[in-house]
Design a protein around this ligand. Structure first.
Ligand code: GLU
Length: 507
């Protein structure tokens, strides 16, 4: 029987969660659900110099918001706990040691100054600095050049050391990537990566192999930037004797800047005015907050749908997929090899589509925080009715404030020039008589207010078109909003009359 599918998202908790990271989570999640497998969250925090307080909790909140919850994680636990690499430190040393004992790795005692010297001394003809590799390793201070006794003495004396993999010369390695097909590497071009650092912590290269093995990971989806490291990992799987258990890899295409030139970075978001992180991220060192998709007013379902399509195509015309449909339709074979350009307008289009699917009642709890922020408090049923009336005009959740605040309070700013430009005595008379007619209404609704308006238009012999736009601006503040009599019904008699009177007094 084939092994149960097990996938993992393995972030390093170093800052905001980039949308590319969420897409990796999503593809992992879809694949796991599709195959009845497990989705593991593993925190890769072995690089203590990059540790950022709060980043792990933040990642977990992001996954929660996206609705992509792992089956096993540091918080939830699971059969392969602990899920934080810093807590698995003891496991790694024995494997690094095994590699040294079997001749696949070696101790290296070089100081930072010695490394720097080597990089310059062995520069290539074209001026590229040298790496620690088959060409340079025999000129360095390591267990290969010093022999067993001296090495043992140095270790005993507490000399700091790292353990490096000994990359073989001239081997051609290959594996089949689920997205890219056969990929080949020449081991001569790869440096002797550090596996275990001087602080006893493994590097990513050792930890990822050991943990993918111990956690019985069957498929590993990760960013394209890891492809150059694949030969090191292939060899580690082989050298540790686990070759048959190696997961199938899929290296995700990059998410590119909107113009297609290079990888999309947080800085591009800042520059072009769109979010790149899933949720707000506050850098604890600088205190600077970067806005996320959530706080910008995206619905998680729309965000997820948009990400699914960023690098994958269903082969159908359909673009809107629920998470359930994605689980059904997703196939890693249809993920593109090439990078996917991020298109913020398209992201907003998805959000608009998802907003339309929600009822006013469903939208109410989502838009309430934005209303409150704008100083607007109201009861839920009123908010729900407003939401239904204006959702068509809303793309992001804060749009409900911009598009609907006049339902809750008189507009603060009124586009007066659009009224005064064509103002005349006849219009003034019309609006005075309209106020009287409204005052006399005993039933207040769309029909009665519209009837009163039409009657006044007739009595005053004025063109409807001439007074309709001024009326809208009086009630709303500008040339937007749903049906003007629907607005009148909603805001009530007192507000309607008050807003009209205020403007005619001011012209
Ligand atoms: N810690 C790595 C990262 O954050 C994980 C890569 C992988 O999935 O193997 O990119």
């Amino acid at each position: 029987m084939a092994n149960k599918v097990r996938v993992r998202f393995a972030p390093s908790p170093t800052g905001g969660l980039h949308l590319g990271g969420v897409r990796t989570v999503l593809y992992n999640y879809l694949f796991a659900r599709q195959h009845g497998g497990d989705f593991v969250l593993r925190i890769e925090d072995t690089d203590q110099s990059r540790f950022v307080a709060g980043a792990e909790e933040y990642i977990v909140s992001c996954l929660q918001w996206c609705g992509l919850e792992p089956d096993e994680s540091p918080m939830k636990g699971g059969p392969h706990a602990p899920y934080r690499q810093s807590e698995r430190k003891a496991d790694y040393y024995q494997y690094a040691k095994q590699l040294v004992d079997e001749g696949y790795a070696y101790y290296a005692f070089d100081t930072p100054e010695e490394l720097e010297r080597m990089r310059n001394e062995f520069k290539s003809e074209s001026g590229n600095t040298a790496q620690y590799d088959q060409r340079t390793r025999m000129h360095m201070r390591n267990s290969l050049t010093m022999g067993a006794d001296e090495t043992a003495k140095l270790i005993e004396a507490g000399t700091p050391y790292v353990i490096r993999i000994k990359m073989p010369a001239g081997e051609n390695l290959s594996f089949t990537d689920m997205i890219r097909g056969e990929v080949h590497f020449d081991t001569s071009l790869v440096d002797d990566k550090v596996l275990l650092k001087a602080d006893g912590m493994p590097t990513y290269h050792l930890a990822v192999v050991v943990d993918d093995y111990l956690m019985q990971i069957t498929h590993a989806f990760r960013g394209e930037e890891w492809l150059p490291s694949a030969p090191v990992h292939l060899l580690l799987w082989k050298y540790l004797g686990w070759g048959d258990a190696m997961p199938q890899w899929a290296h995700m295409p990059l998410i590119l800047k909107p113009d297609g030139h290079g990888k999309l970075s947080k800085r591009d978001g800042d520059r072009l005015g769109f979010p790149v992180f899933a949720m707000n991220w506050t850098d604890p060192k600088t205190g600077e907050t970067t806005q996320g998709f959530k706080e910008r007013g995206f619905l998680p379902e729309a965000f997820i749908n948009m990400l699914a399509m960023l690098g994958w195509s269903s082969g159908l015309e359909q673009e809107i997929f629920s998470l359930g449909e994605l689980v059904e339709k997703f196939s890693i074979e249809r993920v593109h090899k090439g990078g996917a350009k991020f298109d913020y307008e398209k992201a907003k289009w998805f959000n608009h589509q998802y907003i339309q699917k929600l009822s006013g009642e469903q939208l109410t709890p989502l838009i309430k925080p934005y209303l409150l922020e704008a100083g607007i408090q109201s009861d839920d049923s009123y908010i729900a009715t407003v939401a239904d009336m204006i959702k068509e005009r809303c793309t992001l959740l804060p749009d409900f404030v911009a598009q609907g605040s006049f339902f809750f309070k008189a507009p603060e700013e009124i586009d007066m020039p659009s009224i005064t430009d064509k103002w005349n005595g006849a219009k003034k008379t019309f609006f005075s008589s309209f106020i009287d007619a409204l005052n006399n209404l005993s039933v207040w609704n769309v029909e009665t207010t519209e009837q009163a308006f039409n009657d006044c238009v007739q009595q005053q012999g004025i063109k409807k078109g001439e007074v309709m736009l001024p009326l809208r601006i009086m009630l709303v503040g500008g040339k937007f909003g749903p049906g003007v009599f629907n607005i009148a019904e909603m805001i009530g008699k007192e507000q309607t009359i008050g807003r009209i009177a205020k403007v005619i007094d001011a012209v």
